[in-house]
Design a protein around this ligand. Structure first.
Ligand code: BEZ
Length: 211
């Protein structure tokens, strides 16, 4: 199944390292980061899981829950946890789905047969509190993800959900943002009292409104 931006995130029930979860119920009113890794006891995955676990306080601050997945068993994940803690200096602190029957992997199209016909690619889905898909990322097995980038886009998604702005290239939390072109100048003056700079009629920059 193809999962696209704006779709409702497919719901499922799955066994995880923290017990059985019903996905939508587990998400509650939080944002969610559902991400797959190809295989337990492999080098890049070990570094990624450690890095996401280290960054969990940052995801908590943003009201975002992390959940991992591979087509290994929960027992395998449990056995692997020790290696993550030992080599990455950080114990796992969020659930990993044991998706041996590939039910969730298939629901989210995480197996790309022309890359590998049995293992999941490195997918990331960011899901909003409305349960809609806000962002998808796909990396190959050979390339570990960048946790700072996941946090950066989460900041952008949360900001742009609340304000009529968008974020420019390489934007980071605290940088100026772009006023939606559909807002006329007189309305923009009311909505963005910190003022704005007009580079072009369609390119107006304003200080980040929630700072
Ligand atoms: C890794 O995590 O290093 C990895 C996993 C599966 C295939 C290739 C690399």
């Amino acid at each position: 199944m193809t999962v696209r931006l704006g779709d409702i995130a497919p719901d499922f029930t799955a066994d995880t390292t923290d017990g059985t979860i019903h996905f939508h119920e587990w998400l509650g009113g939080s944002w969610g980061i559902l991400f797959s890794h190809p295989k337990d006891f492999t080098p890049v995955c070990t570094t990624e899981l450690g890095a996401f676990a280290k960054a969990k306080p940052e995801f908590d601050k943003r009201n975002a829950k992390l959940i991992g997945l591979s087509v290994d068993s929960v027992e395998s994940h449990q056995a692997w946890k020790g290696d993550i803690a030992e080599t990455q200096g950080q114990a796992l602190n969020f659930p990993i789905i044991g998706d041996e029957d590939r039910k969730v992997a298939d629901l989210y199209d995480m197996i790309h047969p022309n890359a590998n016909d049995t293992l999941t690619v490195r997918s990331v889905f960011i899901i909003g509190p409305d349960k809609k898909i806000k962002l998808t990322l796909t990396y190959p097995a050979s390339t570990g993800r960048n946790v700072a980038e996941v946090l950066r886009v989460l900041d952008s998604l949360q900001l742009t959900a609340d304000y009529q702005v968008s974020t420019p290239v390489d934007w980071r939390d605290g940088d100026d943002v772009i006023i939606a072109p559909a807002i006329p100048d007189d309305e923009a003056k009311q909505k963005f009292p910190k003022g704005f700079t007009t580079l072009k009629p369609y390119l107006r920059l304003t200080p980040q409104p929630n700072k």
